[in-house]
Design a protein. Structure first.
Length: 227
């Protein structure tokens, strides 16, 4: 067994991969949010449809998308392995367990939060990615060129109050997940310092509020517009 496989199979290696994949997914969230905010442009979906078409036909973006799915799977698999390792290492709870004073609620429930987010991702992919790739798509013309009307699919989904509520609640869980995961990733990579750690924690806290809130704002606004 090479030193690479030994490292990756160790607890430290698994934590490093969790941190690296987590940071990549955080970056993906920012890029995805920038694209999705175009749904709110007052142009009847033209900006978003042109953006979606450019993303779908960009070879680099397609490669990154495949990598993104791989990183999600790795993040999930290694989180499961680390949770099992922690449970095996400490099968009996401490006689006095003051978890609420020693750690945050989100840090103690990362597994549950991650599971809920994974369920949301599966539903989200089925409703959008699968339909766009394999479903019968409506089309729209811009300057004589025909494009897939992805905006129409999104608008139809966000006109359903139950799906909007599900989306908003899922973004709340994502916020809790990020509130611990953001700073934890930097700490795992050894990028913590007495001078910089407080800043990283503040940035992570702000990120965990602003990004999920903006994601949640999109379906809320589009639902109101559909009334």
């Amino acid at each position: 067994m090479s030193w690479v496989s030994k490292t990756l199979s160790s607890t430290l290696g698994k934590k490093l991969l969790m941190a690296l994949t987590g940071l990549f997914l955080i970056l993906f969230l920012v890029i995805h949010l920038i694209g999705n905010l175009q749904l709110l442009f007052p142009d009847n979906g033209e900006s978003f449809n042109l953006y979606a078409d450019s993303m779908a036909n960009n070879p680099l973006i397609r490669i990154v998308s495949i990598g993104n799915f791989a990183f999600i799977l790795l993040h999930v698999l290694y989180s499961i392995m680390l949770s099992r390792h922690n449970n095996i290492s400490r099968p009996i709870d401490y006689a006095v367990n003051k978890a609420s004073t020693n750690s945050s609620w989100s840090s103690r429930n990362m597994g549950i939060l991650g599971t809920i987010i994974l369920i949301f991702l599966l539903v989200h992919l089925k409703g959008f990615y699968y339909e766009i790739k394999f479903g019968e798509m409506p089309t729209v013309d811009y300057a004589g060129v025909t494009y897939k009307n992805v905006f129409a699919i999104v608008a139809a989904a966000y006109s359903n109050v139950l799906y909007v509520a599900f989306y908003v609640v899922a973004m709340g869980f994502l916020g809790f997940h990020l509130s611990h995961g953001f700073a934890s990733a930097f700490q795992t990579l050894g990028l913590n310092h007495v001078k910089y750690s407080p800043l990283i924690q503040k940035v992570g806290f702000g990120f965990s509020i602003i990004v999920p809130a903006l994601f949640a704002l999109i379906p809320i606004v589009m639902y109101i517009q559909s009334l």
